[in-house]
Design a binder for this molecule. Structure first.
Ligand code: FES
Length: 121
């Protein structure tokens, strides 16, 4: 792993995620309170990108099937809840989950030097 610059503090806002990359890996970064946080831009359900999902209160919702993740920890807080924004009933959630158990998304510790933000990737 190497320390990689992913953004500057001016690039990142509190109300939306910034898609960036580190060593060829797609990453999303956001500001939550006074803290900068970053997770992989890859939903652990089917490996699809999270970046265009709704971001609210430090949680990003996968735009495909509604799984939700805390951007500061990667913790899964909801697993396969909808299909392209349309809520699913219980049985349909299980089918859509395709046997995959709830899983956290990879997260990164963000460090700051001046206005530059870094992760180890
Ligand atoms: S790809 Fe994200 S919940 Fe299915």
């Amino acid at each position: 792993m190497a320390k990689v610059k992913i953004a500057t503090t001016n690039d990142v806002s509190a109300d939306k995620v910034l898609k960036t990359s580190a060593n060829g890996q797609s990453v999303i970064v956001a500001k939550v309170g006074d803290k900068h946080c970053a997770i992989a831009n890859k939903c652990p359900h089917l490996g699809l990108p999270l970046a265009k999902g709704k971001f609210e209160n430090g949680v990003i919702t996968c735009p495909f099937h509604g799984s939700k993740f805390e951007i500061c920890t990667g913790k899964n807080v909801e697993w396969v809840d909808s299909f392209v924004g349309i809520p699913l009933p219980g049985v349909a959630k299980k089918i859509m989950a395709m046997g995959k158990a709830p899983t956290d998304v990879a997260s990164f510790t963000v460090t700051q030097e001046g206005s530059d933000l870094f992760i180890d990737a």
